[in-house]
Write a protein that binds this ligand. Sequence first.
Ligand SMILES: C[S@@+](CC[C@H](N)C(=O)[O-])C[C@H]1O[C@@H](n2cnc3c(N)ncnc32)[C@H](O)[C@@H]1O
Length: 233
Amino acid sequence: MKLSQRLAAVAAYVPPGSTVADIGTDHAYLPVYLVNEGIAPQVIATDVHRKPYESARETVAAYRLQDRISVRLGDGLKTLQPGEAGTIVIAGMGGKNMVQIFRRSPEVLETAGRLILQPMTHVETVRQWLWANGWYLLDEDLVAEDGHLYEILVAARGEETPVDPEIGPRLLEKRHPLLKKLLVEKEKHYLNILEGIKQSTNPETKGKAGQIREKLSKIQRVKQWLAAKQSTR
Ligand SMILES: C[S@@+](CC[C@H](N)C(=O)[O-])C[C@H]1O[C@@H](n2cnc3c(N)ncnc32)[C@H](O)[C@@H]1O
């Protein structure tokens, strides 16, 4: 099973030997990879929609891994018993959806020791939720693929003083090679919003300009800091 670069990066953070739950598995490519590569002895692959669930079942059957991968239909962590998975992977889903999944099943989440998350949107919401709920960021990664930049968060049990949730602290610490690209994307995003606000006649929209300018200048300051660090390397 050859994974996309994004999923391969997610797989790289799975602790060898742990029992994994892949929530929102779709085709079950990740579970098959984890088992075939000897990374995980058992994987639970879940999806809330019937079509991806059936497709996951087909992949698992094609690789004859039914005894190693349990495919389940249902919402989030609801299909798991507490203690069934030490590592929970959620990739390719919106960050707000991930947080809702955690909120709906605290008893399952409580028994997990590691979360590997690849939110498609609202990454800052996920970081904030982790910090407020007894998790710290063990590591973070960025993957560029097919014109997209994906953020990966690896969380473990523990406390961490929250910082600006928009820029990953571990990405900053390791001055990730793709961090500049991420900052440029964010800068463009806020400049576009400001342009939209400028065109708007709605007072409520106009009122948001200050907040957006603040976010933009924070991103620009980090960009400058990174450039200065890189020039002294
Ligand atoms: C874009 S796919 C990502 C598939 C795979 N995880 C990946 O990263 O390539 C998102 C999947 O999440 C599933 N999903 C969305 N909300 C879910 C939930 N609450 N519980 C379980 N699965 C969910 C969708 O049905 C869909 O198959």
